[in-house]
Design a binder for this molecule. Sequence first.
Ligand SMILES: Nc1nc2c(ncn2[C@@H]2O[C@H](COP(=O)(O)OP(=O)(O)O)[C@@H](O)[C@H]2O)c(=O)[nH]1
Ligand SMILES: [Mg+2]
Length: 196
Amino acid sequence: MQTPRFAQPGEDATEGWFILELKILADVGLVGFPNAGKSTLLSVVSAAKPKIANYPFTTLVPNLGIVAYRDNRSFAMADIPGIIEGAHEGRGLGLRFLRHIERNAMLLFMVPADSRNLREEYDILLEELRKYNPELLDKKRMIAITKSDLLDEELKRELSQEAENSLPGIPRLFISSVSGEGIAALKDRLWEILNT
Ligand SMILES: Nc1nc2c(ncn2[C@@H]2O[C@H](COP(=O)(O)OP(=O)(O)O)[C@@H](O)[C@H]2O)c(=O)[nH]1
Ligand SMILES: [Mg+2]
């Protein structure tokens, strides 16, 4: 009310201290270990300018970006700072940020193409989320195999086969924020998942 035109009589009030918790509201939450390429993806698909660097925990605050999609539609993506094993116990920066994930409609798991073992990395991420709040696993999920520009055709075929065997039934895509590979397809899939 910019121009109050009435007043109410004052009453006895109660006094107290309250801790308010802000949770970012985004359609898509990016979940991945430090260095998975989360901030870079956000900077490529939105106007957000998160800090990017080749060392863990560059992102100290969750970043929110609006991803422009076809026909003037858009969705919000949040870059949640890196999870590490033990995040649910407060190791790394995990706990401070895991709570933001609770408000996302879906989760995009990001596993780099040069990761030692796709399935293992995915399982650790899932397990951290589960230990923090099992309801997080009810969210729709998709996997992005990031930094695919690091792969030649042969490696990509192998990894694709590995993913097919070890991660069946989960939508996945190779993407590269550097070469742009898979980025348009990723937006299509995210939109599709968000709207079904
Ligand atoms: N080759 C390659 N490097 C990438 C790609 N995306 C990110 N990187 C690099 O990986 C490092 C970590 O990226 P960053 O986005 O900060 O990861 P985050 O910790 O998950 O936010 C940086 O050095 C990026 O330049 C990609 O698609 N291809
Ligand atoms: Mg980051």
